[in-house]
Design a protein around this ligand. Sequence first.
Ligand code: PFF
Length: 460
Amino acid sequence: MSEKISPSKRQSIHGQWSSRLAFILAVSGSAVGLGNIWKFPYITGVNGGGAFVLVYLLCILAIGFPIMISEIMLGRRGRRNPITSMELLGREETGSGVWKFVGVIGLVAGFLILSFYSVIAGWTLNYFILASKGTFSGLLPQDVNQVFDNLNQSFSTQLIFHTIFMAVTILIIAKGIRQGLERVVKILMPALFLILMMLLFYVISEGNISEGFAFMFKPDFTKIDGSSVLAAMGHAFFTLSLGMGCVVAYGAYLPKQESIFKTTFAIIFCDTLIALVAGLVVFSIVFDNNLDPSQIAGAGLIFKTLPLAFGQMPSGVFFGSIFFILLGFAALTSAISLLEPSVAWMIERKNLSRQLSAIIMGSIIWALGLLTVLSGNELSNFTFWKGTLFDNFDHLATNILLPTSGFLFTVFAGWFMSKKSSSDELDINRKFQYKIWRFLARYVAPIAVLIIFLNAIGIY
Ligand code: PFF
């Protein structure tokens, strides 16, 4: 695997994004997902609100920012799927192809994440139907809980929606970069933004935004410990889609003339803004309906507490329906980014067509997803380590695999890649930004990831 062609002239066989905007929308589409609207509010709830938000924002700036730049840069320089790009760049920069294993860790994480992500995305489809039929109107808390428990216990309902969601994901990937991914993000991302703004205006005029605001931004540092800092860091990786290789894969389709600094800034701004607004909307609705704050904790926030609120408020059928559509759109633009790297790998390494590769990889992930479906029913008593199979997949991928490969991506970019190569890729005219990136990528991000990680597993 050595190439005669100079790195800056390499091209991806999958084509390129048509514009900078298309790339920003695609990576933002990957970043903005269930992580922002479902996970961020609930882990903020579990970890005590404001102080957690602060630690999370720090992780985004000091760790997420340099690692995202590193990943886009590695993708664009390699112009291949994440595994092959790392092998190629490893050979060029260090003489060793062993770096491909960083890409392998990322791909494994992606498999695990998409397998449970699709099941949860399936729940949002199911909830959209329920909300639009007015199922939640006037229900009591125990009834709403029952709706969720019924879904969780039903193998067949989850199977149907998980299958629909994976099929749509496969279809989009099979159509390729411009006809599939780009077309979808150009429609869904503006739609998602519009729906979120509608919900925000609703809570500003009708909800309890001041209490929601206080919960999100008033820090209580007594609630912060090693494990909540790990959760904040793990979530920074998850929400920015880092460590998975999907940013590397998308970077491989970025035209050479585009500035990586500018695009990264826009993507991170967009992801953080949407997470904060979504959190504000969710908590304002919760507080406005005088719901029990203890219910804020846990994954049930979106599927138990919110439907209860939608069932009580005027126009709840409308707002409930658009909320779950919002979640579905956000999940879809992330799911395609989770599937693309392994499909790109299969096309390049096994010489199969894009359609067949998408079907094969998508089906394997679909089958793995059945274990998450079973975690709520047949296998709900099968618990070890962090809980059910689903809990373990989530913990292993989010808190262990993503930080590990994200750490290695940035160590490679900061320490093993020559200054000449990285400055060539990162726009040599932006000396100041380059210096900041290099400092963060070499020292701050790896050291922070290491300390948080060792602390969480009790070594440091
Ligand atoms: N960033 C997505 C979210 O916040 O929901 C999830 C995700 C997508 C994680 C892609 C990792 C990834 F590679």
